[in-house]
Design a protein around this ligand. Structure first.
Ligand SMILES: Cc1cc2nc3c(=O)[nH]c(=O)nc-3n(C[C@H](O)[C@H](O)[C@H](O)COP(=O)(O)OP(=O)(O)OC[C@H]3O[C@@H](n4cnc5c(N)ncnc54)[C@H](O)[C@@H]3O)c2cc1C
Length: 310
């Protein structure tokens, strides 16, 4: 069975790997290659953020957590590391709904001022440039191909098309409910930081990687511009230094912007209503595309198997 996957971000590549390793012939087409996508900009901490509906997001996140934990414990250098860290929030509140799936989630007795609540846990940190390159190699090892191609419509010459176009689904699937939530980050030089830190109430995060630190962020709804905004960068740095004063001495290495593909709910479903071939849509992962990637890819594989057995 010949499958065309649209999109070379984390969603398309992970789906491609799952299908390729299950024996399907996979050809991935994308306007932007892996390191040029929004996925390459992600921090990327396992953390279910800005994605719905809650039940499916929890299940996909849990599945991905298992996979990333296994990858972090393996021998290959795929850019996945388990790191502990702390989330701070201004007001004492309910703990997040995903807390039970994280093995070492612990709420602090008292949060450092001015915060009202805090918890620690260990989560995968995925160094996206390394990880996306590794995923692409894994796909190619399974016989898959990756080709740069800008499409104006979904292709109609394949046994099956899987649409993982992120924000591009607005055009390709004529879906006006998928919209950009612009996110900007600053890349700093490593200063010996091991633990991530997150201010959940102000969208400030500090995520250490092997050679650098990603600090963020912004989430501007409906904004398409991909050029980094110097004012936003200054505000991100000020908030990050207030959270972690040691960052004041870290050299700025660069600025990146990505467009989160936000949608009221992630669209993961088979659409065989059109006269041509069947299409599986898998897009609209908002601020959690990395966190949901393996769970969603497993569901896509199951839909493909169901389709074959019809
Ligand atoms: C600043 C920032 C920080 C983030 N941090 C995290 C985090 O810590 N954890 C987390 O889980 N998530 C995080 N995210 C969210 C995450 O990056 C996204 O949810 C994820 O990248 C979506 O992946 P995707 O593969 O669906 O889309 P994308 O990465 O956008 O890829 C879409 C692909 O489709 C292709 N495409 C689109 N239209 C067409 C067309 N017409 N023709 C051909 N190809 C097309 C594109 O070229 C691209 O290859 C963050 C996002 C941002 C911006």
């Amino acid at each position: 069975m010949r499958v065309i996957v649209i999109g070379a971000g984390v969603t398309g590549l992970t789906v491609g790997v799952r299908l390729g390793e299950a024996g399907y012939e996979v050809h991935l087409l994308a306007r932007e290659l892996p390191l040029e996508t929004t996925s390459a900009v992600a921090a990327a901490l396992w953390y279910p953020y800005r994605a719905h509906p809650v039940e499916r997001v929890l299940s996909w996140s849990e599945r991905s957590l298992e996979e990333f934990t296994a990858l972090a414990g393996g021998n290959e250098d795929c850019g996945v590391v388990m790191r502990s860290g702390m989330e701070l929030v201004r007001e004492r509140n309910d703990i997040p709904p995903w807390a039970p799936v994280v093995p070492d989630f612990a709420r602090l007795d008292s949060a450092p001022p001015p915060y009202g609540d805090a918890w620690t846990f260990t989560a995968p940190v995925i160094e996206m440039p390394v990880y996306l390159t590794w995923l692409r190699q894994r796909l190619e090892l399974a016989g898959g191909t990756v080709t740069r191609m800008a499409l104006s419509a979904l292709p109609d010459r394949a046994d099956l098309v899987v649409n993982c176009a992120g924000i591009g689904a607005r055009l390709l699937a004529s879906d006006r409910s998928v919209a950009p939530v612009r996110g900007q980050v600053v890349r700093l030089a490593q200063v010996g930081l091991e633990r991530w830190l997150l201010d959940g109430s102000g969208l400030t995060y500090v995520v250490p990687r092997s050679r650098d630190i990603i600090v963020g962020g912004t989430d501007v709804e409906g904004e398409w511009g991909r050029r980094p905004d110097p004012t936003a960068a200054g505000q991100i740095l000020d908030r990050a230094v207030a959270l972690l004063p040691a960052l004041a001495d870290a050299a700025v290495l660069g600025h990146r912007v990505g467009l989160r593909p936000a949608r009221p709910t992630v669209r993961l479903e088979l659409d065989d209503s059109s006269s041509g071939h069947p299409i599986i849509h898998c897009y609209g992962h908002g601020g959690a595309g990395v966190t949901l990637s393996w769970g969603c890819a497993d569901d896509v594989l199951q839909l493909v198997k169901d389709l074959r057995s019809r």
